[in-house]
Design a protein around this ligand. Sequence first.
Ligand SMILES: Nc1ncnc2c1ncn2[C@@H]1O[C@H](COP(=O)(O)OP(=O)(O)OP(=O)(O)O)[C@@H](O)[C@H]1O
Ligand SMILES: [Mg+2]
Length: 335
Amino acid sequence: MAKEIVQFRNLETHFHTPAGIVKAVDNVSFSIREGETLCVVGESGCGKSVTAMSLMRLVESPPARISGEIWFDGKDVLKLSKKEMSNLRGNDISIIFQEPMSSLNPVLTIGEQITEPLARHLLMDRKEAKKRAIELIRLVGIPRAEAIFDAYPHELSGGMRQRVMIAIALSCNPKLLIADEPTTALDVTIQAQILDLMRDLKKKFSTAIMLITHDLGVVAEMADYVVVMYAGKIIEEAPVLELFQNPQHPYTKGLLNAKPILGQKRERLYSIPGQVPNPIELEDNCHFHDRCEYCMEICRIKPPPFRAHGNDKHKTACWLYEEEREIHERSSHTG
Ligand SMILES: Nc1ncnc2c1ncn2[C@@H]1O[C@H](COP(=O)(O)OP(=O)(O)OP(=O)(O)O)[C@@H](O)[C@H]1O
Ligand SMILES: [Mg+2]
């Protein structure tokens, strides 16, 4: 089995704000294996981006207080010096954000922006870097690569800019590519092309991908493994087929019932009645209880354990399965 390249262990990223503590990421543990695409799904505000930003050490602290551990390729990320961290960001981990326009520098040409990391991290000279940059522009499927090399971001379409972002992200052959809603701002066809591109690149370079998305259609097409977050916690995780065929948590079932149509752009998934709880007033219980049709007394007062119920790779935090387990255990004792 492939090696685990990233391990989040009991990660807590809490923001200490004047209004109270926002537990944006609360005791989150999961791993990503080499060459695997792991999707993180969940509604707006559940902590997806903060999880990724914690790994990149791009969360400002204060106001954030981060505890737990994040391991990347044998390195204890939260303990690295600034310099080691900057090397890690340039060489081993790349990130693509949702808005390609705001991530590209408007006053530099595309060529300057792709060659900069090549020169800085791979120490290429100008000629070499230009050659490689043009190869990368071609690789991400942009025609007229030489002309694009000298163009400015505003001269490109949104889809082309996102491809350029991917080219920059891939320029140093990262071991991990983090893509935070990389296609949300794009139209359906371009979205499909960008996803195809990411899939090809994963195959070619066996880059691990942490893909953050609201869109279960994207998950179905891209993921090997899925982590479902709700209000700062992981409430379910499983290999993709297992999750789609046998969702366990009522929240995951609700998301799947929203029935995404493959290839169709969707708004955020708000088909489950009720709202995500206020992140400042979270109690120590099941955070989904007041939206859950199966809510029991215990759900209001105690957080459910996160564990496997049958299939080892499929874990869920839900009291329903604990009840079933108890009944099962009781009957096997008496029977
Ligand atoms: N600097 C900050 N100070 C205080 N709270 C913050 C800060 N950054 C993020 N948060 C809070 O942390 C929680 C998680 O935010 P995060 O950006 O991870 O959500 P998300 O799952 O990525 O949502 P979206 O799908 O909308 O991008 C939210 O409640 C957010 O308001
Ligand atoms: Mg986000």
